[in-house]
Design a protein around this ligand. Structure first.
Ligand code: GAL
Length: 749
């Protein structure tokens, strides 16, 4: 794990990172990995009943269609005189919901035995009197200094045994019984006190669980890890088998000998590392469930969420697994300004969040109005970008668009982070954009509640493979799981097509692949037999499975599928490789065949041989295995027409675009966008039983015109912002977005 990875927070990172910190214990109720836990149907924000506001007007009735709009609101950072101005400007901006109390534990409970809810009561009452709903935090995100002074044993420990001290935030071990005792007592207090408050629209558990504390190597973590392993393996013999401990004299003769993968002399056991990543995600999930149970018991009618971080390289939490634990999925997303593919990453993350939410509406809990404060260089957004980014989330199913934070702080670590109301005040371009966009969202209310339309191309996404494929001591440490998945997604967009990012675990629940004509498995390194079987069934029954490089290599224990690579898919693909040919950074191999002239591969190659019925689409022209097939395809079932294809290297972007275009065309998937705007305009669609909403997103810096004849005539403009629609032609300004509505009957005619 020595290759550089852009992680959002340098102190969180991965299990093998010496700077990492993580999670710890709870012997009593640790969930058995993989157990189905509570499952309730998704629920949406419980909007307050209509009531008379402070100014005498009536608030919207609870059932009125609306898109949520707001921010984290931290009134405790400001004198109360400022709150009145907050209310005036929130109303001016169209804010209808705010998250309150997230980092207020130290103020709510100033000492172990004293409580002060007065200020929070007044803030919530004021919000209610102004028609603004409250997403109330349980306030447990960051423990107060008295707690860590009294109980330093709640502090996380990193891989080298260093304590993570207070001074920042989230300095707690998710499995510390002591932390839990205090935090859960606070949750009880919050739930009891605000259970009947009419503004309480949803609970916000903690905040970005695992943002800084996902990997904790403390003794609490060690104890909880052992319990988790006992649940997973049952016996030491089974653990020894799974971890391959015959290697390097690692055989365990007692559970007490097992540790988290702390700093070791050399490569720690890979299965131990993979299990620790799984455990760390489960430990936080278990903590989430512990808070949730209190809230469910006290306020069963109030929906519960916690803000996920489906973004960038944040990988510690398997959100596809967590989603069943919340009533509605929320996400935080921040663009990495230095990333040339920042828009594609945003679109990818929004799509993945929507898939995790089962294509039902989800809540964008945080993004930024302009610059953040935590990247090496923090650039301001253009006014058009605020709108474009927000509507890209909306296009992928977000029914609430919120920001961090309402009013920009004057002090503290985030004083240079933008907000809805910046330092410059209401007379600012940011506030004007915020208020303008609030008005536009109000006009899009009818979109609320619609679902995202399923694409015909699915790209599998799997946290186990993310964790395991990038472990150390592999054929190359240059492979990046997320980058590989992103490359395929970007290639679909470049063909004017939408692809869905489908959590691989949904394939195992039986519904994941229905409706997809092409399913791509990028770097699906961990393939347990049931997943291999499900993917083979998919291809046998008429789908086209496309397997990317470094897929099908290992089973759930990170043991190699023997007999030649890619073991889990070898027969289905009709290919067999004996060696990996790793390529140095910057090194490429030329490809010949049915790809654009000059196509290259990078990072990894294979020495594959193919069976007689395999069609070779491209070969390596040079590199470690000249003349060997590089891209192959095979009809796996002549009856159904099902197909399985293999790509034995990382294709350059143009080659990947060509290949995706070819595979899409073979499945009769036609872009609804004219060729001229492929790669600059994304079309994402939401629908109800009767309506479709088409989001045309211009992610280029140029004005573009979209000829709508291929996308149907009977269009009704819902909202055009700076765009114009004339005679079947839509003109979008730079970063412009147009949302058009049409009846589904018209769409089919
Ligand atoms: C999130 C967090 C917020 C704020 C924001 C800044 O991590 O939930 O509290 O720190 O990022 O971008």
């Amino acid at each position: 794990m020595s290759a550089p990875v852009t992680d959002r927070w340098s102190s969180s990172s991965r299990p093998g990172d010496p700077a990492s910190t993580t999670a710890s214990t709870r012997r009593s109720s640790f969930l058995r990995p993989g157990d189905p836990t509570s499952t309730t149907a998704p629920r949406w924000v419980r909007w307050p009943e209509a009531h008379t506001l402070a100014d005498g007007s009536q608030s919207l009735p609870a059932h009125a269609a609306r898109i949520g709009y707001g921010a984290d609101y931290n009134p405790e950072q400001w004198p109360e005189e400022v709150w009145a101005e907050d209310m005036r400007l929130m109303r001016e901006a169209g804010v209808n919901i705010v998250s309150v109390g997230i980092f207020s534990w130290a103020l709510l409970q100033p000492t172990p035995d004293s409580w002060d809810f007065g200020w929070l009561d007044r803030a919530i009452d004021l919000l209610h009197a102004n028609g603004i709903a409250v997403d109330l935090a349980t306030a447990t995100a960051s423990p107060p200094p008295w707690l860590t002074e009294l109980h330093p044993e709640v502090l996380p420990v990193n891989r080298v045994g260093e304590t993570i001290w207070p001074g920042g935030r989230q300095q707690w071990r998710p499995t510390s019984p002591v932390f839990r005792r205090y935090a859960l007592a606070l949750v009880e207090k919050m739930a009891e006190r605000y259970a009947d408050h009419p503004a309480l629209s949803m609970w916000h558990i903690s905040n970005e669980l695992g943002c800084h504390n996902v990997y904790d190597f403390s003794d609490d973590a060690a104890a909880a890890f052992r319990t988790w392993l006992e649940h997973r393996y049952g016996t030491l013999a089974e653990l020894n088998r799974a971890w391959g401990t015959a290697f390097w004299s690692q055989n365990y003769s007692s559970w007490s000998q097992i540790l988290p993968p702390r700093l070791a002399a050399t490569h720690p056991n890979p299965t131990q590392q993979l299990d620790f990543a799984r455990f760390s995600s489960d430990a936080l999930k278990d903590y989430l469930v512990a808070e949730r149970e209190i809230l469910r018991r006290t306020t069963p009618e109030v929906p519960i969420t916690t803000n996920f971080m489906v973004m960038g390289e944040t990988r510690g939490m398997d959100y596809a697994d967590w989603a069943a634990e919340v009533d509605l999925v929320s996400n935080d997303h921040y663009l990495l300004v230095a990333d040339p593919a920042a828009f594609e990453e945003l679109s990818f993350s929004a799509n993945l969040t929507g898939q995790i939410a089962g294509r039902a509406p989800w809540f964008l809990m945080e993004h930024s109005t302009s610059a953040v404060n935590w990247q090496p260089v923090n650039q301001a957004k253009t006014p058009g970008q605020l709108r474009r980014d927000s509507l890209t989330h909306l296009a992928h199913g977000a029914d609430a668009i919120c920001f961090f934070q309402w009013r920009q702080s004057l002090a503290g670590a985030e004083k240079f982070h933008s907000a809805m109301l910046p330092h410059a005040g209401e007379n600012s371009s940011v506030f004007r954009s915020v208020a303008r966009f609030g008005g536009e969202l109000a006009r899009l209310a009818e979109v609320a509640g619609s679902r995202t339309k399923q694409a015909r191309i699915g790209i599998l996404f799997d946290w186990d493979s993310w964790w395991a494929s990038e472990l150390d001591s592999h054929p190359t440490e240059l492979l990046r799981y997320k980058a590989e998945a992103m490359a395929w997604y970007t290639a679909a967009l470049a063909n004017g097509l939408q692809a869905d990012i489908v959590p691989a675990r949904s394939v195992l629940t039986g519904h994941g692949l229905a409706g997809y004509d092409v399913v791509i498995a990028p770097m699906l390194y961990v393939v347990p037999q049931p997943l291999a079987d499900a993917l083979a069934d998919y291809a046998m029954s008429g789908g086209h499975l496309v397997v990317g490089v470094f897929s099908g290599i290992a089973d759930a224990d990170d043991h190699i599928h023997p007999g030649g690579y890619p073991g889990a898919f070898r027969e289905l693909l009709g290919v067999r490789a004996e060696e990996f040919g790793g390529l140095l950074a910057g090194q490429t191999v030329q490809l010949s065949g049915d790809l654009p002239a000059g196509s290259t591969g990078s990072l990894l190659t294979h020495d594959i041989t193919v069976s007689a019925d395999v069609e070779v689409l491209a070969r390596f022209a040079d590199g470690p295995f000249p003349g060997v097939p590089a891209v192959t395809s095979r009809v796996v079932n002549t009856g159904s027409g099902g197909r399985a294809s293999f790509v034995a290297t990382m294709l350059d972007p143009d080659a990947l675009v060509a290949l995706v275009g070819r595979f899409a065309a073979a499945a009769d998937i036609v872009s609804p966008l004219p060729d001229a705007v492929h790669g600059t305009v994304q079309l994402a669609v939401r629908h109800t039983d009767s309506q479709e909403y088409l989001f045309y997103i211009n992610h280029s810096a140029q004005v573009v015109t979209v000829d709508l004849t291929t996308a149907d005539g009977a269009l009704v403009a819902v909202d055009l912002g700076g765009s114009t629609l004339t005679a079947g032609s839509l003109t979008l300004p730079a970063t412009g977005v147009a949302v058009l509505g049409r009846s589904r009957t018209a769409a089919r005619s």
